[in-house]
Design a protein around this ligand. Structure first.
Ligand SMILES: Cc1cc2nc3c(=O)[nH]c(=O)nc-3n(C[C@H](O)[C@H](O)[C@H](O)COP(=O)(O)OP(=O)(O)OC[C@H]3O[C@@H](n4cnc5c(N)ncnc54)[C@H](O)[C@@H]3O)c2cc1C
Length: 398
């Protein structure tokens, strides 16, 4: 029975709960500890941190639940948005981790499902679901971040292929990735938004190189990526030539919604607060921190409900569109506040800076959150989008 058609999700919930409980190893029912050091990211040379992680990934992949709502025809789970919500709720109840985390799932896949050719969907969507390719994102360039459409990396039409030259920057994990989805300029003469195409490039091809960017923290996912006369087959273009800007924007809405959603989970900060500052007459001992904890929890609930409403709207075929900027902005700002509050709650322990001790991680995590309001488009850019496209405010012509 298809529970969506039957309009009854009770049986699906019970089956899903039982399956998860039976198949998710205990070690995969705990929060991720150290970001990329603790999650499975896929790739041609997959690295599992332990056997349980492999088992969990393979079981979920075989059900299509690495990408639960994507079509079964490409290896996805074929779940309806309602079923997916049930799956997420049941995973949350048991504390199950996501079995795979990748730019392919978050960004490229949804764009390919919309704009890709049938061949591209059959090949790349399947690989993403199966965690076979590690994708990186080649959008930003030196001088083209917020004003992304000013990008200069060129792809020159040579008849049966393109020749790509240029530089990308802040390409997260490009040194580990197998392929990169890129924005390139295919028409130098056209207005800047009209001459851009969306190209898929294999990192093994001659002329592609990456250089890590070191940060003061000592850790960095960032790279510079260079293209020096790289020969790219024409079949690697997604959508129409010179129409890549639409795909770029579509992908950004998914990136922004994903970043916002990442932070919409209600983190039990009141429990953390209780542990650190204690209770007095049943309330958190420090009245100022109590107010801040309460405000954060209320705002987080607001974001969670707004995202849930959008998921419900997706059932009726509505895309989040510019609302993704609201999710991105609010999620990033809440995550920064949450981590600053955790440092404050932890007191002097929150200022430790180390790898091993729990409190050292609090300070590191807090610093990392500063990047949330830059990656995927800065907070200022999201506010511009919200002002123009959500609130319909007039452009200031000073
Ligand atoms: C953690 C992290 C991961 C990233 N990963 C990737 C990746 O994998 N691939 C990739 O391609 N890129 C990546 N980026 C780059 C990111 O997308 C850019 O940094 C971002 O788009 C901002 O561009 P910029 O750094 O050039 O800043 P700029 O665009 O130069 O902006 C500088 C400042 O000016 C403000 N500003 C600019 N224009 C306006 C305006 N019109 N109105 C108001 N304020 C404005 C900005 O908000 C910002 O505060 C990543 C960045 C971070 C921090």
């Amino acid at each position: 029975m298809n529970p969506t058609i039957a309009g009854d999700l009770t049986a699906f919930r019970a089956e899903t709960h039982a399956w998860l409980d039976e198949n998710c190893p205990q070690s995969q029912r705990a929060p991720v500890k150290n970001g990329f050091e603790d999650i499975f990211a896929g790739g041609r040379n997959p690295h599992f941190h332990n056997e349980d992680q492999k088992v969990w990934f393979e079981r979920m992949r075989d059900k299509g639940w690495t990408a639960p709502t994507w079509p079964k025809a490409y290896g996805g789970g074929g779940l309806s948005p309602q079923e997916n919500k049930v799956l997420e709720e049941e995973m949350a109840k048991l504390g199950c981790r996501k079995p795979l985390w990748s730019f392919g799932l978050m960004m490229l896949g949804p764009a390919l499902l919309h704009y890709g050719s049938e061949e591209q969907k059959q090949k790349y969507i399947r690989e993403i679901v199966n965690g076979e390719i590690w994708w990186s994102q080649g959008y930003s360039e030196p001088g083209s971040g917020s004003d992304l459409a000013s990008l200069k990396t060129s792809a020159v039409d040579m008849g049966d292929h393109y020749v790509v030259n240029g530089q990308k920057v802040w390409t997260s994990y490009a040194d580990k990735s197998d392929m990169i989805f890129c924005l390139v300029r295919t028409d130098q003469e056209a207005p800047k938004h009209s001459g851009i195409s969306f190209l898929l490039i294999d990192m093994r091809w001659e002329g592609v190189s990456t250089r890590p960017i070191k940060l003061i923290s000592g850790k960095s996912p960032f790279c510079e990526t260079f293209f020096d006369n790289v020969k790219v087959p024409k079949e690697n273009i997604v959508g129409e030539v010179n129409q890549g800007w639409s795909i770029a924007k579509n992908l950004l809405t998914h990136e922004r919604t994903s970043i916002g959603s990442l932070f919409s989970n209600i983190f039990p900060i009141h429990e953390f607060a209780k542990e650190k500052v204690g209770l007095e007459s049943g309330k958190l001992a420090d009245p100022v921190l109590r107010t801040e904890v309460a405000r954060l929890m209320i705002d987080s609930l607001g974001l969670k409900y707004a995202i849930e409403q959008t998921i419900d709207e997706a059932k009726a075929g509505q895309q989040p569109g510019a609302k993704s900027s609201y999710f991105k902005y609010t999620g990033s700002e809440l995550n920064k506040t949450r981590n600053e509050l955790m440092v404050a709650l932890a007191g002097y322990e929150g200022l430790h800076w180390g790898e091993d001790i729990k409190e050292g991680k609090i300070a590191r995590d807090m610093c990392r959150t500063k990047g949330n309001s830059i990656e995927g488009g800065t907070s200022e850019i999201q506010l511009n989008v919200i002002a123009k496209r959500v609130l319909g405010l007039p452009t200031f012509k000073g």
